[in-house]
Design a protein around this ligand. Sequence first.
Ligand SMILES: C[S@@+](CC[C@H](N)C(=O)[O-])C[C@H]1O[C@@H](n2cnc3c(N)ncnc32)[C@H](O)[C@@H]1O
Length: 382
Amino acid sequence: MKKLKPEYDGREQTGIKHKILRDYLNIACRIVGPKWKKFSYVDGFSGPWNAKGDNFSDSSPDIAIKTLSHARRESIKAGRPFDVQCLFIEKDTRNYRTLEQLLAHVSGIGVKPLNGSFEDEISQVIKFVEGTFWFAFIDPKGWTGMSLKKMAPLLRSRGEVLINFMSIYIDRFITYEKISPDIDDLMGGTNWRTNFDLLLESGSTREQAAIETYCNELKRTGGFKYVKYFRVLTPDKNRTFFNLVYGTNHIRGLEKFSEVERNVYPLQAKIHLKKELAARAQKTKINDLFAEPDEVEIENQIEDDRRWALDRAKADWLEHIQISKQLPYEHALGLFLQRAFVWKSDFHGFVQELVDAKSLKIEGLTGRQKVPNKHCTLVWID
Ligand SMILES: C[S@@+](CC[C@H](N)C(=O)[O-])C[C@H]1O[C@@H](n2cnc3c(N)ncnc32)[C@H](O)[C@@H]1O
């Protein structure tokens, strides 16, 4: 299990965010780039901001440029060429100047800086990405500047998003009268309130209700088929810092994002346990501040979280199939994978359990095939 670089010390949440961005971009552009011939990356709130590494190595612009340049070179070598163009939007004038310096020496891929406010530049973004497959990273410091209604024309064109939903602030202020116009902007109107209240009434925590409501609204306003989120923790507390919300129309994208999540989760669990050990050492004055959590402890932590997630994913999925009676495989898989911390193998295991219990049958299997694929339909047996 790799460690985060030292520049992320004390702000490991940023390290986790950057790892997800890097790993997913690397996979996504190699799959989609050669098909579309051109891959566009849009950084809506690019910075650089608060970067500590040499040459801004811990900033999203540098990470995207390096990842995409490398992936493109590798793809060309493999005979699957594609072009890359990046648009970086930054509102703050000083940060923008730094951004210009960072971009000055980039070659091989197209890079364009834009000094402005992301949501006010949506028509420019649409022009920029036209005719390409695009991926947008939307990473504000708070909850403003990403009005769902203003973003909708972009979101409804063909592409994917990764949005930083700042739970640490939003959960606290979501029902605060003074900022309700901002929250309505964020959520794309006033409809969200009914859903949020219903979730609270049915026992969801404020945090779950807020993020799930946002995902619903993103799906509706942005027209995405699949939306899922990854919970990034405050490193030294058992509390969410932000959620990274991913939206796509492609089942393969959802599968790949789940794989990235699967790789990143043990790293986050390790960071978290390590911080806990250090806090305990400080309290008890035992000099073991740099103790490393052992692998078993990390595994146990992950299994605890996953058990809960799996139970919920299964219950939700059963509700769907019992109402629909039958589901095409890809849609069925998509419904399941939208839950956090569940993998494709979990889904196949669950389907098999239901088949064994004679509650489900798989139509469209051929020959000795046991595991369903996109040609299959899952049918509920009453
Ligand atoms: C959280 S930082 C971005 C960090 C960067 N994405 C990264 O991962 O390294 C947010 C950046 O967005 C800029 N910003 C704030 N409001 C903005 C807006 N409405 N549009 C574009 N940029 C904005 C800030 O100046 C800041 O540099």
